[in-house]
Design a protein around this ligand. Structure first.
Ligand code: HEM
Length: 363
Protein backbone atom coordinates (compact mmCIF):
# COMPACT_ATOMS: atom_id res chain seq x y z
CA UNK A 1 0.00 0.00 0.00
CA UNK A 2 2.90 2.35 0.71
CA UNK A 3 4.18 1.67 -2.79
CA UNK A 4 0.96 1.37 -4.80
CA UNK A 5 -1.52 3.69 -3.08
CA UNK A 6 0.30 5.83 -0.48
CA UNK A 7 -2.84 8.01 -0.17
CA UNK A 8 -6.14 6.29 -1.01
CA UNK A 9 -9.86 6.60 -0.37
CA UNK A 10 -11.56 3.59 1.21
CA UNK A 11 -15.18 3.50 0.03
CA UNK A 12 -16.27 1.02 2.73
CA UNK A 13 -14.99 3.03 5.65
CA UNK A 14 -15.55 6.32 3.82
CA UNK A 15 -12.24 7.77 4.79
CA UNK A 16 -8.76 8.47 3.47
CA UNK A 17 -5.79 6.29 4.38
CA UNK A 18 -2.27 7.68 4.53
CA UNK A 19 0.67 5.28 4.73
CA UNK A 20 3.99 7.10 4.19
CA UNK A 21 6.08 8.38 7.10
CA UNK A 22 6.56 11.82 5.56
CA UNK A 23 2.80 12.32 5.08
CA UNK A 24 1.76 10.89 8.45
CA UNK A 25 4.31 13.07 10.21
CA UNK A 26 3.22 16.20 8.29
CA UNK A 27 -0.50 15.62 8.97
CA UNK A 28 0.04 15.07 12.69
CA UNK A 29 2.07 18.29 12.94
CA UNK A 30 -0.51 20.29 10.99
CA UNK A 31 -3.25 20.52 13.61
CA UNK A 32 -4.60 23.71 11.99
CA UNK A 33 -5.60 21.80 8.89
CA UNK A 34 -6.22 18.35 10.37
CA UNK A 35 -8.48 18.51 13.39
CA UNK A 36 -8.73 16.02 16.28
CA UNK A 37 -12.33 16.99 17.00
CA UNK A 38 -13.77 13.75 15.69
CA UNK A 39 -16.86 11.83 16.69
CA UNK A 40 -16.59 8.91 19.08
CA UNK A 41 -19.12 6.24 20.07
CA UNK A 42 -19.68 7.90 23.45
CA UNK A 43 -20.21 11.60 24.00
CA UNK A 44 -16.77 12.48 25.28
CA UNK A 45 -14.96 15.70 25.67
CA UNK A 46 -11.37 14.90 26.39
CA UNK A 47 -7.96 16.28 25.54
CA UNK A 48 -7.43 13.69 22.79
CA UNK A 49 -10.34 15.06 20.76
CA UNK A 50 -9.78 18.78 21.39
CA UNK A 51 -8.22 21.40 19.12
CA UNK A 52 -6.39 24.58 20.19
CA UNK A 53 -7.00 26.82 22.05
CA UNK A 54 -8.92 24.48 24.38
CA UNK A 55 -6.31 21.79 23.88
CA UNK A 56 -3.42 24.04 25.06
CA UNK A 57 -5.30 25.02 28.17
CA UNK A 58 -6.23 21.45 29.07
CA UNK A 59 -2.80 20.07 28.20
CA UNK A 60 -1.06 22.69 30.40
CA UNK A 61 -3.27 21.82 33.33
CA UNK A 62 -2.95 18.06 33.11
CA UNK A 63 0.75 18.00 32.23
CA UNK A 64 1.44 19.70 35.53
CA UNK A 65 -0.09 16.74 37.30
CA UNK A 66 1.10 14.10 34.87
CA UNK A 67 4.70 15.23 34.57
CA UNK A 68 7.54 12.86 33.65
CA UNK A 69 9.00 13.58 37.10
CA UNK A 70 5.77 12.50 38.83
CA UNK A 71 6.01 9.27 36.87
CA UNK A 72 9.65 8.67 37.72
CA UNK A 73 8.55 8.53 41.35
CA UNK A 74 6.57 5.43 40.42
CA UNK A 75 9.69 3.39 39.60
CA UNK A 76 9.97 1.57 42.95
CA UNK A 77 6.25 0.78 43.00
CA UNK A 78 6.31 -0.57 39.44
CA UNK A 79 9.33 -2.78 40.21
CA UNK A 80 7.70 -4.17 43.36
CA UNK A 81 4.48 -4.90 41.51
CA UNK A 82 6.26 -6.57 38.56
CA UNK A 83 8.16 -8.77 41.03
CA UNK A 84 4.98 -9.63 42.98
CA UNK A 85 3.10 -10.56 39.81
CA UNK A 86 5.97 -12.77 38.60
CA UNK A 87 6.40 -14.43 42.02
CA UNK A 88 2.80 -15.63 41.82
CA UNK A 89 3.49 -17.72 38.69
CA UNK A 90 7.22 -18.34 38.59
CA UNK A 91 7.18 -21.77 40.29
CA UNK A 92 4.72 -23.26 37.82
CA UNK A 93 7.20 -22.97 34.93
CA UNK A 94 4.70 -21.42 32.56
CA UNK A 95 2.62 -18.26 32.47
CA UNK A 96 0.07 -16.38 30.40
CA UNK A 97 2.04 -13.20 29.74
CA UNK A 98 -1.02 -10.99 29.26
CA UNK A 99 -3.20 -12.25 32.08
CA UNK A 100 -0.41 -12.69 34.62
CA UNK A 101 1.67 -9.58 34.03
CA UNK A 102 1.19 -7.35 31.00
CA UNK A 103 -2.49 -6.56 31.70
CA UNK A 104 -2.55 -6.12 35.49
CA UNK A 105 0.65 -4.03 35.67
CA UNK A 106 -0.54 -0.83 33.92
CA UNK A 107 -4.08 -1.02 35.34
CA UNK A 108 -2.90 -1.35 38.93
CA UNK A 109 -0.32 1.41 38.53
CA UNK A 110 -2.74 3.92 36.97
CA UNK A 111 -5.47 3.00 39.48
CA UNK A 112 -3.02 3.59 42.36
CA UNK A 113 -1.84 6.87 40.85
CA UNK A 114 -5.45 8.05 40.63
CA UNK A 115 -6.07 6.98 44.21
CA UNK A 116 -8.41 4.03 43.59
CA UNK A 117 -8.50 1.69 46.62
CA UNK A 118 -7.08 -1.83 46.23
CA UNK A 119 -10.43 -3.59 46.43
CA UNK A 120 -11.67 -1.76 43.32
CA UNK A 121 -8.76 -2.71 41.05
CA UNK A 122 -10.52 -5.62 39.39
CA UNK A 123 -13.63 -3.63 38.53
CA UNK A 124 -11.27 -1.18 36.90
CA UNK A 125 -9.73 -3.78 34.67
CA UNK A 126 -13.17 -4.88 33.50
CA UNK A 127 -14.28 -1.32 32.87
CA UNK A 128 -11.21 -0.34 30.90
CA UNK A 129 -11.39 -3.53 28.79
CA UNK A 130 -14.98 -2.77 27.82
CA UNK A 131 -14.26 0.84 26.98
CA UNK A 132 -11.54 -0.05 24.45
CA UNK A 133 -13.47 -2.91 22.85
CA UNK A 134 -13.94 -1.99 19.22
CA UNK A 135 -16.22 -3.12 16.46
CA UNK A 136 -14.70 -5.82 14.27
CA UNK A 137 -17.19 -5.95 11.40
CA UNK A 138 -19.58 -3.71 9.54
CA UNK A 139 -22.78 -4.94 11.18
CA UNK A 140 -24.99 -2.18 12.51
CA UNK A 141 -26.25 -4.50 15.28
CA UNK A 142 -22.74 -5.15 16.54
CA UNK A 143 -21.98 -1.44 16.44
CA UNK A 144 -25.09 -0.65 18.46
CA UNK A 145 -24.40 -3.39 21.01
CA UNK A 146 -20.84 -2.14 21.56
CA UNK A 147 -22.03 1.47 21.75
CA UNK A 148 -24.63 0.52 24.38
CA UNK A 149 -22.01 -1.30 26.45
CA UNK A 150 -19.69 1.70 26.22
CA UNK A 151 -22.46 3.95 27.41
CA UNK A 152 -23.20 1.78 30.45
CA UNK A 153 -19.55 1.53 31.46
CA UNK A 154 -19.10 5.23 30.92
CA UNK A 155 -21.99 6.05 33.23
CA UNK A 156 -20.63 3.70 35.89
CA UNK A 157 -17.14 5.18 35.65
CA UNK A 158 -18.51 8.72 35.77
CA UNK A 159 -20.43 7.94 38.95
CA UNK A 160 -17.38 6.27 40.43
CA UNK A 161 -15.05 9.20 39.77
CA UNK A 162 -17.63 11.79 40.89
CA UNK A 163 -18.00 10.06 44.23
CA UNK A 164 -14.20 9.79 44.58
CA UNK A 165 -13.90 13.51 43.86
CA UNK A 166 -16.46 14.30 46.56
CA UNK A 167 -14.42 12.25 49.04
CA UNK A 168 -11.15 13.97 48.06
CA UNK A 169 -12.73 17.40 48.45
CA UNK A 170 -13.46 16.46 52.06
CA UNK A 171 -10.19 14.68 52.64
CA UNK A 172 -7.39 15.44 50.18
CA UNK A 173 -4.83 12.67 49.55
CA UNK A 174 -1.50 12.45 47.76
CA UNK A 175 -3.08 11.18 44.53
CA UNK A 176 -3.87 12.29 40.98
CA UNK A 177 -7.57 12.93 41.63
CA UNK A 178 -6.69 15.36 44.43
CA UNK A 179 -4.07 17.10 42.25
CA UNK A 180 -6.56 17.41 39.38
CA UNK A 181 -9.08 19.01 41.76
CA UNK A 182 -6.47 21.61 42.73
CA UNK A 183 -4.71 22.15 39.38
CA UNK A 184 -5.09 25.78 38.36
CA UNK A 185 -3.88 28.06 35.56
CA UNK A 186 -4.59 31.81 35.63
CA UNK A 187 -7.15 31.22 38.34
CA UNK A 188 -9.03 28.68 36.22
CA UNK A 189 -9.64 25.16 37.40
CA UNK A 190 -10.85 22.04 35.66
CA UNK A 191 -14.59 21.39 35.78
CA UNK A 192 -15.91 18.15 37.30
CA UNK A 193 -16.75 16.86 33.83
CA UNK A 194 -13.25 17.64 32.54
CA UNK A 195 -11.70 15.74 35.44
CA UNK A 196 -13.97 12.72 34.93
CA UNK A 197 -13.34 12.65 31.18
CA UNK A 198 -9.60 12.92 31.73
CA UNK A 199 -9.60 10.02 34.24
CA UNK A 200 -11.58 7.86 31.82
CA UNK A 201 -9.18 8.77 29.01
CA UNK A 202 -6.20 7.66 31.12
CA UNK A 203 -7.79 4.22 31.40
CA UNK A 204 -8.70 4.05 27.74
CA UNK A 205 -5.43 5.42 26.38
CA UNK A 206 -3.01 3.87 28.81
CA UNK A 207 -3.99 0.31 29.64
CA UNK A 208 -4.40 -1.82 26.57
CA UNK A 209 -1.63 0.05 24.73
CA UNK A 210 0.92 -0.61 27.47
CA UNK A 211 -0.27 -4.22 27.88
CA UNK A 212 0.33 -4.69 24.16
CA UNK A 213 3.77 -3.04 24.31
CA UNK A 214 4.91 -5.39 27.08
CA UNK A 215 3.46 -8.43 25.31
CA UNK A 216 5.03 -7.40 21.98
CA UNK A 217 8.44 -7.15 23.68
CA UNK A 218 8.10 -10.70 25.03
CA UNK A 219 6.90 -11.81 21.61
CA UNK A 220 10.09 -10.39 20.05
CA UNK A 221 12.22 -12.13 22.72
CA UNK A 222 10.60 -15.47 21.92
CA UNK A 223 10.73 -14.95 18.15
CA UNK A 224 14.41 -14.05 18.32
CA UNK A 225 15.63 -15.90 21.44
CA UNK A 226 19.26 -14.78 20.94
CA UNK A 227 18.07 -11.33 22.06
CA UNK A 228 17.42 -12.73 25.55
CA UNK A 229 21.14 -13.27 26.16
CA UNK A 230 22.05 -10.00 24.41
CA UNK A 231 19.85 -8.04 26.82
CA UNK A 232 20.89 -10.07 29.87
CA UNK A 233 24.54 -9.34 29.11
CA UNK A 234 23.89 -5.68 28.38
CA UNK A 235 20.79 -4.41 30.23
CA UNK A 236 21.66 -0.86 29.16
CA UNK A 237 20.23 -1.87 25.77
CA UNK A 238 16.74 -2.38 27.24
CA UNK A 239 15.52 1.23 26.65
CA UNK A 240 16.41 0.98 22.94
CA UNK A 241 14.82 -2.50 22.85
CA UNK A 242 11.62 -0.79 24.12
CA UNK A 243 11.81 1.83 21.36
CA UNK A 244 12.41 -0.77 18.65
CA UNK A 245 9.49 -2.84 19.97
CA UNK A 246 7.30 0.27 19.74
CA UNK A 247 8.39 0.75 16.12
CA UNK A 248 8.29 -2.89 15.02
CA UNK A 249 4.94 -3.84 16.60
CA UNK A 250 3.20 -0.48 16.95
CA UNK A 251 0.54 -0.74 19.70
CA UNK A 252 -1.55 2.02 18.08
CA UNK A 253 -1.97 1.27 14.38
CA UNK A 254 -3.51 4.54 13.28
CA UNK A 255 -5.20 7.80 14.26
CA UNK A 256 -8.08 9.71 12.69
CA UNK A 257 -8.15 13.39 11.79
CA UNK A 258 -10.78 15.56 10.09
CA UNK A 259 -9.76 17.93 7.27
CA UNK A 260 -10.79 21.48 8.19
CA UNK A 261 -10.26 22.74 4.64
CA UNK A 262 -9.77 21.21 1.21
CA UNK A 263 -6.26 19.82 0.85
CA UNK A 264 -4.15 17.95 -1.66
CA UNK A 265 -1.80 15.13 -0.71
CA UNK A 266 0.20 13.35 -3.42
CA UNK A 267 -2.27 14.50 -6.04
CA UNK A 268 -5.34 13.28 -4.13
CA UNK A 269 -8.03 15.86 -3.44
CA UNK A 270 -9.17 15.76 0.16
CA UNK A 271 -12.32 17.73 0.88
CA UNK A 272 -13.20 19.75 3.95
CA UNK A 273 -14.89 17.44 6.47
CA UNK A 274 -13.26 14.24 5.15
CA UNK A 275 -11.82 11.80 7.67
CA UNK A 276 -8.15 10.99 7.20
CA UNK A 277 -6.59 7.97 8.91
CA UNK A 278 -2.84 8.22 9.38
CA UNK A 279 -1.31 4.76 9.75
CA UNK A 280 1.44 5.02 12.36
CA UNK A 281 2.32 1.35 11.98
CA UNK A 282 2.84 1.72 8.23
CA UNK A 283 4.93 4.87 8.72
CA UNK A 284 7.05 2.99 11.27
CA UNK A 285 8.00 0.44 8.59
CA UNK A 286 8.58 2.95 5.80
CA UNK A 287 11.90 2.07 4.09
CA UNK A 288 12.37 5.73 3.10
CA UNK A 289 12.76 6.52 6.80
CA UNK A 290 14.08 3.31 8.41
CA UNK A 291 16.83 1.18 6.87
CA UNK A 292 15.73 -2.48 6.67
CA UNK A 293 12.42 -1.63 8.38
CA UNK A 294 11.27 -5.25 8.69
CA UNK A 295 14.34 -6.17 10.69
CA UNK A 296 14.23 -5.82 14.48
CA UNK A 297 17.43 -3.93 15.30
CA UNK A 298 17.79 -3.78 19.06
CA UNK A 299 20.22 -0.84 18.93
CA UNK A 300 18.53 1.11 16.11
CA UNK A 301 19.56 4.74 16.44
CA UNK A 302 18.08 7.18 15.76
CA UNK A 303 14.64 5.64 16.03
CA UNK A 304 12.11 8.40 15.30
CA UNK A 305 9.08 6.06 15.32
CA UNK A 306 5.61 7.61 15.49
CA UNK A 307 4.08 5.14 17.95
CA UNK A 308 3.30 7.84 20.51
CA UNK A 309 2.05 10.23 17.84
CA UNK A 310 3.56 13.59 16.94
CA UNK A 311 2.85 17.26 17.56
CA UNK A 312 0.53 18.77 20.13
CA UNK A 313 -1.22 15.48 20.97
CA UNK A 314 2.02 13.55 21.56
CA UNK A 315 1.24 10.87 24.13
CA UNK A 316 1.14 12.29 27.65
CA UNK A 317 1.71 8.84 29.13
CA UNK A 318 4.81 8.00 27.03
CA UNK A 319 7.25 8.34 29.99
CA UNK A 320 5.04 6.06 32.09
CA UNK A 321 4.60 3.47 29.33
CA UNK A 322 8.37 3.43 28.66
CA UNK A 323 9.12 3.06 32.35
CA UNK A 324 6.62 0.23 32.84
CA UNK A 325 7.90 -1.64 29.80
CA UNK A 326 11.57 -1.24 30.75
CA UNK A 327 10.93 -2.47 34.29
CA UNK A 328 8.78 -5.38 33.07
CA UNK A 329 11.57 -6.54 30.71
CA UNK A 330 14.30 -6.06 33.35
CA UNK A 331 12.29 -8.06 35.87
CA UNK A 332 11.40 -10.86 33.47
CA UNK A 333 14.94 -11.22 32.10
CA UNK A 334 16.39 -11.03 35.61
CA UNK A 335 14.25 -13.88 36.94
CA UNK A 336 13.45 -16.13 33.98
CA UNK A 337 15.57 -17.98 31.47
CA UNK A 338 14.89 -19.48 28.03
CA UNK A 339 11.53 -17.85 27.40
CA UNK A 340 9.60 -19.53 24.62
CA UNK A 341 6.06 -19.43 23.28
CA UNK A 342 4.00 -22.46 24.36
CA UNK A 343 4.12 -25.05 21.59
CA UNK A 344 1.07 -25.19 19.33
CA UNK A 345 -0.12 -21.68 20.21
CA UNK A 346 -2.08 -19.97 17.44
CA UNK A 347 -1.60 -16.22 17.58
CA UNK A 348 -4.97 -14.48 17.48
CA UNK A 349 -4.96 -10.73 16.80
CA UNK A 350 -7.45 -8.69 18.85
CA UNK A 351 -10.35 -7.20 16.88
CA UNK A 352 -9.94 -3.62 18.22
CA UNK A 353 -9.62 -1.67 14.95
CA UNK A 354 -6.89 0.82 15.84
CA UNK A 355 -4.99 -1.08 18.52
CA UNK A 356 -2.59 -3.89 17.73
CA UNK A 357 -2.28 -6.73 20.19
CA UNK A 358 -2.56 -10.50 20.46
CA UNK A 359 -5.32 -12.20 22.39
CA UNK A 360 -3.08 -14.48 24.45
CA UNK A 361 0.61 -15.09 24.85
CA UNK A 362 1.37 -18.22 26.88
CA UNK A 363 5.08 -18.77 27.58
C1 HEM B 1 -2.08 10.30 23.26
C2 HEM B 1 -0.02 6.08 22.06
C3 HEM B 1 0.35 4.88 26.75
C4 HEM B 1 -2.20 8.82 27.91
C5 HEM B 1 -1.52 9.27 22.54
C6 HEM B 1 -1.33 9.27 21.11
C7 HEM B 1 -0.78 8.08 20.77
C8 HEM B 1 -0.59 7.32 21.99
C9 HEM B 1 -0.43 7.59 19.37
C10 HEM B 1 -1.66 10.43 20.15
C11 HEM B 1 -3.08 10.39 19.69
C12 HEM B 1 -3.40 11.43 18.63
O1 HEM B 1 -2.50 12.09 18.10
O2 HEM B 1 -4.60 11.56 18.30
C13 HEM B 1 0.26 5.39 23.23
C14 HEM B 1 1.00 4.14 23.29
C15 HEM B 1 1.10 3.81 24.62
C16 HEM B 1 0.44 4.86 25.39
C17 HEM B 1 1.55 3.38 22.10
C18 HEM B 1 1.76 2.62 25.28
C19 HEM B 1 2.70 1.90 24.73
C20 HEM B 1 -0.29 5.85 27.48
C21 HEM B 1 -0.39 5.89 28.92
C22 HEM B 1 -1.14 6.97 29.24
C23 HEM B 1 -1.47 7.66 28.00
C24 HEM B 1 0.24 4.87 29.87
C25 HEM B 1 -1.58 7.47 30.58
C26 HEM B 1 -1.75 6.74 31.64
C27 HEM B 1 -2.38 9.55 26.75
C28 HEM B 1 -3.10 10.82 26.71
C29 HEM B 1 -3.06 11.24 25.37
C30 HEM B 1 -2.34 10.22 24.62
C31 HEM B 1 -3.74 11.55 27.88
C32 HEM B 1 -3.69 12.52 24.79
C33 HEM B 1 -2.69 13.65 24.70
C34 HEM B 1 -3.25 14.86 24.00
O3 HEM B 1 -4.24 14.75 23.28
O4 HEM B 1 -2.67 15.95 24.17
N1 HEM B 1 -1.05 8.07 23.06
N2 HEM B 1 -0.07 5.78 24.50
N3 HEM B 1 -0.94 6.95 26.96
N4 HEM B 1 -1.93 9.23 25.50
FE1 HEM B 1 -0.91 7.57 25.01
Amino acid sequence: LRESTPVRYDENRQCWDVFLYEDVDAILRNHDLFSSERKRTVEHDDILTMDPPRHNHMRNLVSKVFSPKAMQNQETKIRELANDLLSQVLDQGHMNMIHDLAAPLPVIIIAEMLGVPKEDRLIFKEWSDTVVKGVSGDSQEEYEAVAAEHKRVNQELTQYFLSMMAKRRQEPQADLITSLLHAEIDGEKLTDKEIVDFCILLLVAGNETTTNLITHGIRVLTEQPELQSTLKQDPALIPSFVEETLRYYSPVLGQARIAKQDAEIRGQQIRQGDTVTVWLAAANRDPRKFAKPDRFKVDRSPNPHLSFGKGIHFCLGAPLARLEARIAFETILGRMANLCLKEGTNLVINPAPFLYGVHEYPI
